[in-house]
Write a protein that binds this ligand. Sequence first.
Ligand SMILES: [Cu+2]
Length: 302
Amino acid sequence: MGPVGEVSTQILNPTAFLRSFNFSHLPEAERARFYRETRRSDGSLLREYELIAVDRDIEIAPGIFFPAWTYNGTVPGPTIRATEGDRVRVNFVNQGSHPHTIHFHGWHPPEMDGSLPEHQLAPNERFTYEFDAEPFGLHLYHCHAVPLKRHIHKGLYGTFIVDPKDARPAADEMVMVMNGFDTNFDAENEIYAVNSIANHYMQEPVRVKVGQLVRIYLVNITEFDLLNSFHLHGMFFDLYRTGTSRQAGEHTDTVMLCQGERAILETTFRYPGDFMFHAHQSEFAELGWMGLFRAEGPRRDT
Ligand SMILES: [Cu+2]
C-alpha cells in the first residue's frame, strides 16, 4: 500500500506547513521579510504580507516533479491568519511567467477582488490588496486569472483564517488543504494529497496528544473532481462548516466538500496509537490522499 521511496522535504515540507501560520515556521529575521504586524489605535492589528508568484518544480510523489506556479515557492501558499477586524495588507509581486492575481474570500470592495481581466498582473507587475478581515471563519485565497482551472491546479492557492475576536478554545491547530495534480495534462488528477505530497503523513504521521483538543482547518481546492472528502478512523469530530458559527453543525466521521468549500474539524483523541485519515473516495486514497495521526499519552476512556 502506498509508494516506495520518499520525497525530499527540502522544497515542500508538509509537516512544517501543517502548523505554520503567518510564516511562523521561519526564523524571526527571515519571517520579518514576509510578515509584519503593527498595533493600531483601536487595538486591532495591521498585518502586512509579502506574497510573490514564482514558477517552481515541486516533487509531489517519489520521482514525480510537477511544474507548479506558486505563491512564495510552496504549494499550498503560506497560511494567512488574522483576527476579525484586523487590517490585512498584501503586497503582491508577480515574478511568474504568466499573468496572475490573488483573489481572497471574505468581505472586500470589488477593486480588491483580483478576479476581473483588468485585475490581472502581467509578469513583473505588482499590486497591494488591502481589506478588513471579516467574517471570522475559514477562507481561502487563489489566483483568479484565466483559464481559472489551469491557474488553480498549477498551485496558486492558500488558506486564509480569520479568528473570532473572542478566541476559540486553545487547541493543537493544523491546516490541511486537499489538492490534486494533473501530471500529464489530461485534465484529470494523477496524484491526490493533503498539503501536496502524496502519502506524506503515512510516512511521517501527524503527532498529537491524547486528551488534547485538535483543530483541523480543512480546505478543498482540488481541481477537475467535483468533490473531495475527509474520513477519520476510530473516532468522530465536531464540524463547523466554513468556520463561521461557534456551534458545531454536525458530529460525524466523514465530511465531503466541493471545490472551494472548507470546514473546521475538532476532536480529542481518547486512545494512543495510529489513526488513519483519508479521502473516502477510494481512488483518491490510493493515489496518495491518505495519512496517519499518531496519538501519544495514556488512554482516556470517557
Ligand atoms: Cu494565475
